[in-house]
Design a protein around this ligand. Sequence first.
Ligand code: BDP
Length: 615
Amino acid sequence: MLYPQQNNYRATFDLSGYWRFKADPKQQGHAEKWYAKKLDGDAHSIAIPGSWNEQLTEQGLRNFVGKAWHETTFKIPGVVQENNRIWIRIAAADHAAEVWLNGNYVGDHYGGYMPFGFELTEFLNKPGEENHLSVCVDSTLTMHTLPQDVDPESEQYNTPGYERRHLFPATRFDFFPYGGLTRSVNIVATPKEYISDIKIESTLDGKVRVGVSSSIDKEITVQILDAEGVEVGSGNSAGATVELKIDHPKLWGPSQPYLYIARVSLKDGDAILDQYDEDFGIREIKVEGGKVLFNNEPLFMSGFGKHEDFPIVGRGQFRPAYLRDYELMRWIGANSYRTSHYPYDEEMMRLADRMGFLVIDEVAAVSLGFWSNDFDDLKPLLDNHKKAIKELYERDKNHPSVISWSITNEPNLWAEEYYQNEASSRYFKEVYEYTKSLDSSRPVMSISMAAHKENDVVLESCDVIGINRYYGWYTKPVDLEQAGKDLGDELDRTFKKYGKPIMITEFGADTVEGMHSTTAQMFTEEFQTAFTLKYLEVMTARDFVFGSHVWNFADFMTPQHFRRVILNKKGVFTRDRNPKSVAFKLREYWHDLDKISDEHRPKKSKPGFLVQDVK
Ligand code: BDP
């Protein structure tokens, strides 16, 4: 469903605010029809968008994974309700949602981090009257979902030797399993006949192809407006595709994130039935001769793996923090980041388009584990994996900032025996080919963990390779000379084997701000700096390495485990976004790095107005 937009033909209302909330650990809600009337008993207020774990910690919900009911009420003005279709659009429910309006079942959606919507028109009360909206969100995960998870009661979780890996709450991944309606919820009014999707493809010479889906086959017109609102191209078609040309197009890139608007109208004769403005940028990313080229220049990516994770908010929409993170990335000289390990809020993507950041867009296939050597057994997971990729593509296809799809992060992290075999190899080939069939214009990335090195089956299925490595931290800790050597040797072997450009998508050391030492001492700020600089030295010496993303941009919340002190502390910034010492070194390094073309750098930050900034 298109991002909510208000214009002469469409209206949208944001349902953000304090809703009512009731956890359902005994799963009584459906039988007792909690959706049909106002929640009673143990109900609380909850701010939406937001996750329940951080807001309702003192109500025993800190570690709650399961079903929870959310409700609110709203009214729609008669002028909007009459003659329009009314929809609900939920930008994300982690991880499953069922929706009722005025006691009527409206629909459900499985899969977190993704927008979905339903038409409400037939279930609405009379214009101006109150409507009761109820959403049951379930944050439970299984071996067949994305992200994947194990049942802590399962045999698999309780095999001998597994105890040391147990996390609380139980997850297969190293980030907190927040649940809830984590992003915007909107009511959208569209005309009866409406535009349902827009796909924009362009080439550097200014050719633009706009594909439009709509509720009715009528004439489509497209007007291209430049950043000043001046028309620079137009076209129309009786079918679903309009082709046109912009003369002397301005390209989109980090140094000049130039956006055009495609104004799409659905018409009946002279009458406009519906209209929608979609932003797009003209740019090209391709892999050629062992290099990644962005607008025909070799690309070097500086930046981070990130998380959507903030104090108080947990994982919930937080627009000021999104902006601040981009400002900090600008300050430090980053031109890119990865949405590790799940799709981020579309507000982040929209801002990246405007601020000129390059995004590796990752689906929530994190630390996948396989439980069989038989490919057919993996199909339920494969189906969900493809569905997640399709939805991500549908949502983000027109963002110029999105330059690559990451189809998986570190499969086989938990070292299950079912991995380096034909079943998993075929699994990833199918995922890769499916992604390419949706979008051949962006390179597909697969990201591997250390165990299988250059022989990891996942590396067969990608256009560019991402490797996460922790030599000097998890393996042969402290000895950074050895770490540099091991990393360099592995990089050389991997490039020799595949001839594909490689990026180090993670490397980092947990660091407690304020810890210092004159000797190589893990967890100190000096060690994080030395570790980071060693990795950068090894990578920048190799032309086939097209980027380095430090793990992580900021400290982040994760389940409890003996390896973590509440947070994963590998942040270059603290969880509340203050720099650790390494931030200043990275800043110098990336600003001086001539491998990064000026065209591929977002605008620099400005010095303080009143006093000089700290160097
Ligand atoms: C990698 C994972 C990442 C972890 C990181 C770490 O991709 O999610 O947070 O290591 O251990 O294995 O810090």
